[in-house]
Design a protein around this ligand. Structure first.
Ligand code: GTP
Ligand code: MG
Length: 280
């Protein structure tokens, strides 16, 4: 992850200006006809995604263990600095290779919804398990922020996490938060804004040890996929899934619906069922 020199100067100079503060956050609720950037909330179940969503949009997406569990996609808006953002709350998912219905909604949006920034909310007390999804998301996007949530719980358990080292190793910003107490949210907003505007350029960690045979097969498939689905954002990932025999992806290709997997109809699928639209 790097900051280019000009913007580094700018961001130092900005430290004292009002645009740098969470005070500059404007919660827009559902009033978001125009937005500059789309931010998707990804993460394992129960890591605090909806808590972050509520804090930033002012909406009241239910939180907590079942029945607070998010079952569909919810959308809300906020503005920060000079830009407005559409935030998409998604059901929790352990993996982008999942097949349960809940997890498919999240997976399809993260993969094919083309968010400008993917905000991955992780449980700081279960970092190792949560990093599985982080690494998968970093395989498919250059623009991600890790929200290291439940830091209050981690501290209570005496856990110390070197978040700077983690950011260096992952190649994307890592922001420690305790979203329920709104701790760290100003830094989180700044990191989202920096990645969205390109002020921060991520260098995500990618797994490199592929054999030449696999690389060759992937390249051949990528060429064919790009010819058939010119708007596909993740042809390389789709090629890997095909080689792995992912039936959901095979079926989507057969039906010609690969590019539209993210466009679920919220009403038809009972999404937003647990979203109360009044402001907090
Ligand atoms: N202690 C503590 N609790 C938190 C924090 N953030 C969220 N929680 C709590 O964790 C529980 C789960 O939060 P949610 O926001 O519903 O989590 P989620 O990721 O949206 O869950 P799913 O939609 O089921 O994936 C709730 O009881 C929250 O109040 C935090 O930073 N610290
Ligand atoms: Mg949720």
């Amino acid at each position: 992850m790097t900051n280019n020199t000009g913007s580094q100067k700018q961001s130092t100079a900005c430290q004292t200006c009002p645009a740098h503060n969470a005070g500059n956050l404007l919660r827009l609720g559902v009033n978001m006809e125009n937005w500059d950037y789309v931010v998707a909330l990804a993460g394992n179940p129960n890591t605090g995604k909806s808590t972050v969503f509520n804090a930033l949009t002012g909406l009241k997406q239910h939180t907590g263990n079942w029945p607070g569990k998010t079952v569909g996609r919810a959308e809300g808006g906020f503005s920060f600095g000079e830009h407005s953002y559409k935030l998409i709350d998604l059901p929790g998912t352990y993996s982008l290779l999942s097949t349960s219905f809940d997890e498919e909604i999240a997976r399809d949006f993260i993969l094919f919804g083309q968010p400008d920034v993917t905000l991955i909310v992780v449980d700081a007390t279960r970092l190792e398990r949560n990093l599985n999804l982080v690494l998968q998301v970093l395989e498919i996007t250059d623009r991600a922020v890790v929200c290291l949530n439940l830091m209050d719980e981690a501290e209570r358990h005496g856990l110390k996490i070197d978040d700077r080292r983690l950011a260096r190793d992952l190649g994307v910003p890592v922001v420690p938060t305790a979203a329920r107490n709104r701790r760290g949210l100003d830094d989180l907003l700044q990191a989202i804004s920096d990645v969205a505007t390109g002020r921060t350029v991520c260098r995500p960690y990618r797994i490199k040890n592929q054999s030449p045979e696999i690389q060759n097969s992937v390249n051949q498939l990528v060429t064919m996929l790009e010819e058939t689905f010119p708007d596909l954002p993740n042809a390389r990932w789709v090629a890997m899934r095909l080689l792995d025999g992912d039936q959901r992806i095979v079926q989507a290709i057969r039906l010609g619906e690969l590019g539209t997997l993210s466009q679920h109809d919220p009403e038809a699928e009972g999404q937003d069922l647990n979203l109360e639209l009044e402001m907090a």
